[in-house]
Design a protein around this ligand. Structure first.
Ligand code: DGL
Length: 269
């Protein structure tokens, strides 16, 4: 099927999922929308996250997408069920894939989750983990400083280290987890710093690989995979400043990948 896969996030975080989708499904076209102008979603109410997410989805549905990937944990926590009921195309989120990857990894059944206030408040990870294995001990922590830092393009260096250290110090000491889920798609952009602070003995999980695998399976099951020959071209949109969005895209995608991507500003209404 020639139509594109739609990918949404509150900002640049979902680009970590888009990157993995491009790697695993090189023939598939992506249309990505980041609502950078209204990021972060993490501290917002459920009603507000739903309203903004539905607006993003309308934008992509007007572009005739064949499947939707909610590449944002906060939006997944608050809108996945509603969107799966409302839309006629397949819809997946990032929480179930992240939980599955953590279950595969943990040996002591102690899993840490870090995410936005919204995601932690929703308890969506605890529910997803317990739906697979009730014996998993889950510790969740909101890290409200990470997303604004990443959206500013601060992805490494002393300032990033200081913020990550301050946020994770106590969490690290108290919980004895052997596996840590990055329960926000912005966090893989600071994964090296998080890994350094949490300790090399902890397996740090980003849901992007498992989400891309689920996308592939879902397309296959619904007969929606593209079977022809092509180099796929992708459309990326941001509701915010183009400069910073392009700068962060460059740090995620290799040059050759970016040549197949057009980046434009989007207006939602
Ligand atoms: N990247 C998003 C997530 O995975 C949300 C970040 C935010 O807007 O607070 O939760």
């Amino acid at each position: 099927m020639d139509q594109a896969i739609g990918v949404i996030d509150s900002g640049v975080g979902g680009l970590t999922v888009a990157h993995e989708l491009m790697r695993q499904l090189p023939k598939e076209r992506l249309i990505y929308l980041g609502d950078t102008a209204r990021c972060p979603y993490g501290p917002r109410s459920k009603a507000e996250v739903q309203k903004f997410t539905f607006e993003m989805v309308d934008f992509l549905m007007n572009k005739n997408i064949k499947m939707l990937v909610i590449a944002c944990n906060t939006a997944t926590a608050f809108t996945l069920k509603a969107l799966q009921e409302k839309l006629t195309i397949p819809v997946i989120g990032v929480i179930q894939p992240g939980a599955r990857a953590a279950i595969k990894s943990t040996k002591n059944n102690r899993v840490g989750v870090i995410g936005t206030e919204g995601t932690v408040r929703s308890q969506a990870y605890t529910q997803a983990l317990h739906s697979i294995n009730e014996n998993i001990h889950v510790n969740a922590l909101a890290c409200p400083l990470f997303v604004p830092m990443v959206e500013q393009g601060i992805l490494s260096g002393p300032q990033a280290k200081e913020i990550v250290e301050e946020s994770l110090q106590l969490f690290k000491l108290n919980n004895h987890q052997d596996t840590l889920i990055l329960g926000c798609t912005h966090y893989p952009l600071i994964k090296d710093t998080i890994q350094e602070v949490i300790g090399m003995e902890v397996t740090v999980i980003s849901s992007s690989e498992e989400t891309a695998r689920e996308t592939s399976t879902t397309l296959d099951v619904h007969g929606l995979l593209f079977h022809g020959e092509r180099i796929a071209n992708h459309e990326f949109y941001t509701t915010g400043e183009l400069d910073i969005f392009i700068k962060i895209s460059k740090s995620i995608f290799q040059h050759s990948n970016l040549q197949t991507v057009s980046i434009e500003q989007a207006i939602l209404n």
